[in-house]
Design a protein around this ligand. Structure first.
Ligand SMILES: NC(=O)c1ccc[n+]([C@@H]2O[C@H](COP(=O)([O-])OP(=O)(O)OC[C@H]3O[C@@H](n4cnc5c(N)ncnc54)[C@H](OP(=O)(O)O)[C@@H]3O)[C@@H](O)[C@H]2O)c1
Length: 312
């Protein structure tokens, strides 16, 4: 099979297209013939070595957290799946990834593909969807009518957060670059603040801020919250906890591929609540280009998706 892999941390150039033997499904595992792989920020951060303190990688490493394809082999003890099922895959960040024509993974990391999504959308669903779902359903305390500020609403996670927030009956303000205002309003945001033209720090009385940006954005988010408000973050380096000063709570959303979250996200997509963004599709062989575009800040309105269809 064709796959992308790397032998050491480094720039996108370490990604190489290779031909490997097919993997075989062991007990409790399935093999998925992948048709598409989503390119996530974590794929680039792992490759660069920026996450060495959090994940220990075995080299050579096949990158890729998200994928979609068809089950073509089922290991002993697997229930609930059949050969031929179309599925979405949430690959272990430290294990073998989805930038390949096939992956073997635990069946608990696979969910049925929502029939209403294209294969590219399906490959862009789970990693951002689970990040949004855990932040909103398992980290924040939300009820209909609350006001939320979602930073980075034009990104893959932020765009799914906007859709979930509308589903929950929240009043949604989001930040994005000026050229994406129509996009985030189209996703359901009530109000958009262009971070390259306006100052979100002038907002007030927000119940919950979701921070996907960190740094200065994180530091300035406390002042927009009402007393007793909540700041939930996924990324906040450098992190300075100002909760006591502002009388708010601050909580990091602990993202994992819990089966509960994977199934909830796929169900919400099947119901039409969540539609993942796909910015562009590229052939598998263009993985390094996709990482370069991410590192240049050129990825917006969802994921770049790598397609296996042309054989690499
Ligand atoms: N801790 C975890 O487990 C976890 C899980 C998921 C994601 N994350 C992190 O969360 C971040 C977002 O992930 P993602 O997948 O959504 O990334 P993404 O698709 O690359 O989106 C990032 C978005 O950030 C926006 N942005 C950049 N600067 C901004 C600013 N100053 N204010 C508001 N928005 C700004 C951009 O918006 P425009 O396009 O409008 O410029 C871009 O669309 C990444 O850093 C990722 O690593 C962490």
């Amino acid at each position: 099979m064709k796959a992308i892999r790397y032998w050491r941390y480094g720039a996108p150039d370490v990604l190489e297209l290779v031909t490997l033997d097919e993997p075989f499904a062991g007990p409790d595992e399935v093999r998925v013939r992948l048709k598409a792989a989503g390119v996530s920020p974590i794929d680039a951060k792992l490759r660069s070595g920026a996450l060495q303190a959090h994940f220990s990688l075995a080299f050579p490493k096949i990158p890729g957290r998200d994928g979609a394809g068809v089950i073509d082999q089922i290991g002993e003890g697997v229930t609930g799946f059949s050969i031929g099922d179309e599925v979405c895959v949430a690959a272990d960040p430290a294990g073998s990834g989805t930038y390949a024509e096939a992956i073997v993974c635990a069946s608990s990391r696979v969910v049925k593909k929502p029939a209403n999504l294209s294969i590219s959308q399906a490959a862009a669903l789970l990693q951002p969807g689970v990040s949004a779902w855990i932040s909103m359903y398992r980290t924040a305390t939300l009820s209909a009518g609350m006001s939320v500020l979602i930073h980075g609403g034009a990104g893959a996670v932020g765009s799914q957060m906007i859709q979930l927030a509308r589903h929950l009956g929240l009043n949604v303000t989001t930040t994005c670059r000026a050229q994406n205002i129509d996009y985030v309003l189209g996703l359901g945001a009530h109000r958009a603040v262009a971070y390259d033209r306006e100052d979100f720090g002038l907002l007030r009385h927000i119940d919950v801020v979701f921070d996907l940006i960190g740094g200065e954005t994180h530091a300035r988010s406390y002042q927009v919250l009402k007393a007793g408000g909540q700041l939930v973050y996924l990324t906040a380096m450098p992190f300075e906890n100002q909760a006591e000063k502002y009388g708010v709570t601050v909580t990091r959303a602990m993202i994992s591929d819990a089966p509960e979250a994977l199934h909830a996200v796929s169900r919400l997509a099947a119901e039409g609540v969540l539609t993942p963004g796909v910015m562009a599709t590229l052939p598998l062989a263009a993985a390094a280009d996709a990482h370069r575009r991410f590192e240049a800040g050129q990825v917006t309105r969802g994921r770049i998706v790598l397609n296996m269809g042309d054989g690499g």
